[in-house]
Design a protein. Structure first.
Length: 291
């Protein structure tokens, strides 16, 4: 509290002092008679002082918000990394402490494999966010049928959808130039969030439409929804709309940056808290001759 109170107090006192000096200058200039130039000179000198103090305060406020988001990021990342590690340790200790039958052992190994995948996804997301921030992310674009790509992604990521009721409505032959690895990350983040922020079973709808020279992809859920003020904030690095579900705060940042690298746009719509969210992605359509 003190770290916040003292800078605010200094700002308020500084502004009051500046305004007081400016008023005194005006009064003195008025008493000096027709010396209008002194009045103008004093005002011109005080405006930069007041403006400079305000700018410093604004940047300090932004810095404080960024520090808070970094702290949330560290907390979220710790949870995302420690949870699968603790789970892995539990399964290993269980198998070492007692004899388990082959069926149970294979079940444990399957769960451990899922935990390692979750751990790898978290680390990969953090590393990719770091590369994007430094402008070092590499993309390998190729011509892809987005409908087929989404179908393949859903088929190979069944554990992600284990607690979901999924409906798809995909136009055929929606061609676009994409980087398959990074676009798979986009789908994993958006669908994963839809599952995470929805009551079980999560009702998710994926729609893909051709619209002249554009492809419109939408992923909808009936989960927690968003406040109007959060729809843009959620794409900021480290920002988490809900603290109770954990998360690193980089997933939607990666989504926005990746879609932008594909020459597209992404945004979120929500009627309000408790009424679900729809993420819209618009990509440039491509022809087979562009391969």
């Amino acid at each position: 509290m003190r770290r916040t109170f003292i800078p605010i107090l200094i700002f308020v006192v500084g502004q009051l002092a500046s305004v007081t000096i400016l008023v005194l200058w005006i009064v003195l200039a008025a008493n000096w008679g027709p010396g209008v130039w002194w009045l103008i000179q004093g005002v011109l000198l005080m405006i930069p002082v007041i403006g400079g103090t305000s700018i410093i305060f604004v940047y300090w406020t932004k810095s404080r918000l960024l520090d808070a988001e970094r702290i949330n990021f560290i907390s979220g990342v710790s949870h995302e990394l420690l949870t699968p590690v603790a789970s892995l340790r539990l399964y290993v200790e269980t198998m070492l402490a007692r004899d388990v039958d082959e069926r149970t052992r294979r079940g444990f190994l399957q769960l451990m494999l899922m935990d390692t995948d979750r751990l790898a996804d978290s680390i990969s997301s953090i590393l990719l966010a770091s590369k994007i921030e430094r402008g070092r992310a590499l993309y390998h674009f190729k011509l892809v049928d987005i409908a087929q790509f989404i179908g393949g992604f859903l088929a190979s990521n069944q554990p992600l959808l284990a607690s979901a009721q999924l409906a798809t409505d995909l136009d055929a032959k929606c061609l676009a130039m994409i980087d398959e690895a990074s676009f798979a990350t986009v789908l994993k983040n958006l669908i994963g969030n839809a599952v995470r922020y929805s009551p079980e079973p999560a009702a998710i709808t994926i729609s893909l439409r051709r619209r002249k020279k554009r492809l419109a992809l939408s992923i909808s859920d009936r989960g927690e929804g968003l406040d109007a003020g959060e729809r843009k904030k959620i794409f900021r690095m480290f920002y988490r709309a809900s603290k109770k579900h954990g998360g690193s705060g980089v997933g939607l940042f990666l989504v926005q940056k990746t879609v932008a690298a594909h020459g597209g746009k992404v945004w979120a719509e929500s009627p309000g808290p408790g009424q679900g969210t729809t993420f819209h992605i618009v990509l440039r359509s491509a022809r087979a001759t562009e391969e």
